[in-house]
Design a protein around this ligand. Sequence first.
Ligand code: SME
Length: 159
Amino acid sequence: MAEDLNITASTNKTEQYTTLIPQIEALLYDEPDLVANLANISAALKEQFKWFWVGFYLVKDNELVLGPFQGPVACTRIALGKGVCGSAWEQAKTLIVPDVDAFPGHIACSSLSRSEIVVPVFHNNEVVAVLDVDSELLDQFDETDTRYLEQIVKLVSFK
Ligand code: SME
């Protein structure tokens, strides 16, 4: 049963993630529905970090299709290799973009987005989705985000 999140006021990223992760585990516990779980992860991350946009794109028929997210409306479909999301999918690895204007082929769903991290989600060694996080500020993401966001997406079960 979902309750209010315990949001830490700390600005230390590690503390923010370590407070949040057990709560995400509790939200996902015993809930097999993929959309429900991706929706709650997006909401929990948005609430703790106040990022501009947090959400998932799901691989469907060899395209990324917009899934559960928190933030302004976004592009619905992204091709393999296109933008940061399509590149993270193609390369099957987390990509950090400190300045989206310096990323060739960045897809500007919103001109307010300035930096971004995209984390692939794997099932049976294949990328089945990506988690996309956008900030309105430059250079907001680092190895701490990579480490914990990769840990968070592993909590999702894609049966
Ligand atoms: N900026 C992304 C597109 C998705 S939106 O930002 C939500 C990209 O270049 O992949």
